[in-house]
Design a protein around this ligand. Sequence first.
Ligand code: HEM
Length: 481
Amino acid sequence: MELIIVSIVLLATLYFLYSVLNSGSSSSTKNGKQQLPLPPGAKGWPLVGETLAYLQGSKKGVPEKFIAERRDKFSTTIFKSPLLNENMVFFCTAEGNKFLFANENKLVKSWWPKTFEKIFAPSEKTTQGEETMRMRKVLSPFLKPDSLQKYIGVMDSETQKHLKTYWDAKEVTVYPLAKKYTFAVGCKLFLNIDNPETIAMLEEPIRHISSGFVSSFPVNIPGTKYHKAIQAAKKIRTDIKHLVAQRRRDILEGRAPKSPDILSHLLMETYENGELINDSDIANKIYGLLHGAYDNVSALLSSIIAYLAELPEVYDRVRSEQIEIAKSKAPGELLNWTDLQRMKYSWNVACEVMRLVPPTQGTFREVITDFVYDGFLVPKGFKIHWNAFATHKNPKYFPSPEKFDPSRFEGEGPVPFSYVPFGGGPRMCPGKEYARLKILVFMHNMVKAFKWEKVFPDEKITTDPVSAPSKGLPVRLHPYK
Ligand code: HEM
């Protein structure tokens, strides 16, 4: 009891001291001169700031609440919040998103929380920001429309195989199966791997990564999600390193794959100084890529399946669009690029799902030089968070924001930079088009084969840190004869 009282007194004293020390933070001084004010914001609790409040909103399925409450309280387009042990400035408008994306590497640069850096362990020779730019360069030959067109048939046959193998049951749990599917297609297309044992070995650890990213208790001790994620990351990097070494041996012995995959390209990539990239760094890049493709696509697929179960009229329109396309095909003919261009309503449905529950809620930037936004000084070293929920759920951009309405994406579509599920500017997701194809191919096969209903009608979609159904989405399947 005594210990509790002492702890409370200690916490209260800390909070008081913290408040006094921070009481001048609404405006800043430089060389004794009064400067423009900093963005308004709460002080939060010592050490944790507002991190817990932010994470709790996401876990309860209302991440937009944290942002809307502060935006409305201060009546500003940006606000400051002590988050992840940083001075974090939230940008809340489409104009703010545009400003950030346009000023990449001018006023701001990519930044990730320390927890993320530890899990993704960037190369010792480059920063995380440089790593992703390099990854983008390696990815682009695979993700340009010409190459993507070649993937559609493979995606279609892999999807049919997956549904036959894993969905032949009265009841299935969608999210883990969607992960299995996404991962297997990624391994096949990016690494030429289709051995189910190798795929299962690589997939097991990757399941534990995301929950460790933005942990409310990021301490590396056994039992925490953060510790589990770091261990899982080590394991997957080691496994991939073995695959890289095996591929080197295959190439030396004349057994290289006929069409070069991403791994073949990475084996020929060099650092700035001309040295070939080492196996650890290659393993790291492949791991980052598999992970980027894994969580987002599987979360989105699961959310789409959840919404289609809840909205029978939307399901019917998606099904009739897909059945029209299926009817135009010869028996056994696989989907192609032209078929996918016809899936307009289905894609609008996927877009509306990404508006309501963007798989990635946003990312971070670091301020590299002081700037002024909307009358507030945003100093060098501050971190910035853009968050898709801030605009996606704002009635200014999306009237009746809770209403499911795929027609928002018809015609000119949403106000520029208000709809940002893939980010924007030079850092916009390079896997956007690949994801679109995979989602549409899956929707086509899914509605052709089944109708379904949720086992837990009230199951919510929560954000932790990706947005996905909170219980994994068990559904009862009703196959068409
Ligand atoms: C529905 C699916 C997906 C969504 C919603 C999504 C969303 C995002 C978002 C929001 C970003 C951050 C952009 C920024 O910071 O401005 C991002 C970055 C990235 N995504 Fe995706 N993504 C998806 C699928 C994919 C796929 C399939 C791949 C790989 C084939 C991929 C690879 C990457 C990579 C490598 C980056 C880092 C880019 C950089 O920092 O330069 N993503 N994604």
